[in-house]
Design a protein around this ligand. Structure first.
Ligand code: F0G
Length: 359
């Protein structure tokens, strides 16, 4: 589908061949603005990420390692049935592979031989793996708190690693500068990743035959939240469904800037992280404004969970042989928390929890 790039704040338009990732005029992030047809259907092919290529900004072949098609499984908490979507079943054990497939395809389509990316770990491992597979060079910028297990995986995948003296947001600034100075394609939480991550909501729709009532999801940069909301708007716009899902964003108490901004009706501000849930330790979410809009417009909720609540959610899933890291179970920890206070809340509702990773 034809598209241009549009600034999410001032509306400035950029050509689809542009390598811009922020607006030259106001520095806000961009989004992919398609020339949508009046109607479309999702087709009948096998349910997996590549099935939704027509809703990605890709004109040629989509580079793929078989992402998506992840299972939905039922999980009972007290009297309620939840549905877990197991994103650790992706090639590099997290939902990040959906975005990496689109970003690496785009980098190569635009003629780049090298990519870089700032990450708390999972996105770095994913991008490093795709870059190696499709034959391009890769540098990953990590915060000083990145976990050793993730650093080892990224190294093994063949990427160059730069550990910055600071947190994720310092790593992000460094990666943006590196990409500009060296003319290297910048991967990470920007418009092309957001497009790839939409496939999760298309899959849920195809797997359930409808959109659920609630989706609980962990939030770091809020790209996943913004992507799901954009995907839902597309389903509506293309006359595929009119149903609306309420999005429930869950952050770790030790790093919950989006939850605070949403619940206190305040401006989004940077927060120093103290959580052990390294994957979602993002002090200032790149897609914060879009994330807040997704919550407001979907009549969503935002809540924080303590590291202890994350750990007990992780253990509870482990008992049922669902394996995930702390950040990846924030969704489930949030659902447990709400279920404890309002057990009737989930009655007769279809509730999906995204279990986002296990590295
Ligand atoms: N779950 C996992 C396992 C993650 O790794 C992340 C983000 C999220 C959820 C949150 O997604 O950022 O779109 O709100 N990880 C990034 C990374 C920051 O670098 O791997 P988000």
């Amino acid at each position: 589908m034809k598209y241009s790039l549009k600034c999410t704040s001032c509306g400035s338009i950029y050509n689809s061949k542009s390598n811009a990732y922020r607006c030259n005029k106001c520095n806000s992030i961009l989004e992919v603005d398609y020339k949508y047809p009046t109607e479309m259907d999702l087709g009948n092919g096998e349910i997996k990420h590549s099935k939704y290529k027509q809703l990605f900004p890709i004109s040629g072949k989509l580079l793929s390692l078989g992402e998506g098609g992840t299972p939905l499984i039922k999980h009972k908490i007290n009297a309620s049935d939840l549905i877990l979507k197991l994103e650790a079943d992706n090639p590099t054990n997290s939902f990040k592979d959906r975005g990496s497939s689109v970003e690496i395809t785009k980098a190569i389509e635009l003629g780049f031989k090298e990519v870089c990316c700032a990450s708390t770990g999972n996105m770095g491992f994913s991008i490093a793996t795709y870059a190696k597979k499709f034959g391009i060079k890769c540098t990953i910028f990590l915060s000083k708190d990145a976990k050793i297990e993730k650093i080892e995986k990224i190294k093994k995948a063949g990427a160059e690693i730069v550990e910055v003296k600071g947190d994720f947001n310092t790593a992000l600034e460094t990666a943006e500068l590196f990409s500009k100075v060296n003319n290297v394609f910048l991967c990470g939480d920007y418009h092309y990743r957001k497009e790839g991550q939409k496939s999760i909501i298309f899959e849920i729709f195809d797997q359930l035959g409808k959109l659920p009532d609630f989706i609980f999801l962990p939030v770091g940069n809020a790209t996943l939240l913004a992507a799901i909301y954009k995907g839902m708007k597309e389903l509506k716009r293309l006359k595929i469904t009119n149903r609306q899902t309420r999005l429930i964003a869950v952050q770790a108490k030790g790093c919950d800037p989006l939850v605070r901004a949403y619940n206190q009706h305040k401006k989004l501000t940077y927060m120093h992280s103290t959580t052990e849930a390294d994957a979602i330790a993002v002090g200032y979410p790149t897609f914060g404004f879009e994330g807040l809009e997704a919550l407001r417009e979907s009549k969503g909720l935002a809540l924080s969970v303590s590291d202890r609540e994350l750990e007990s959610a992780r253990k509870a899933l482990h008992k049922s042989r669902v394996y995930a890291e702390l950040g990846g179970v924030a969704s489930f920890a949030g659902a447990l928390k709400i279920n404890k206070v309002h057990p009737s809340w989930f009655k007769d509702k279809t509730v999906v929890c995204l279990i986002t990773g296990n590295n």
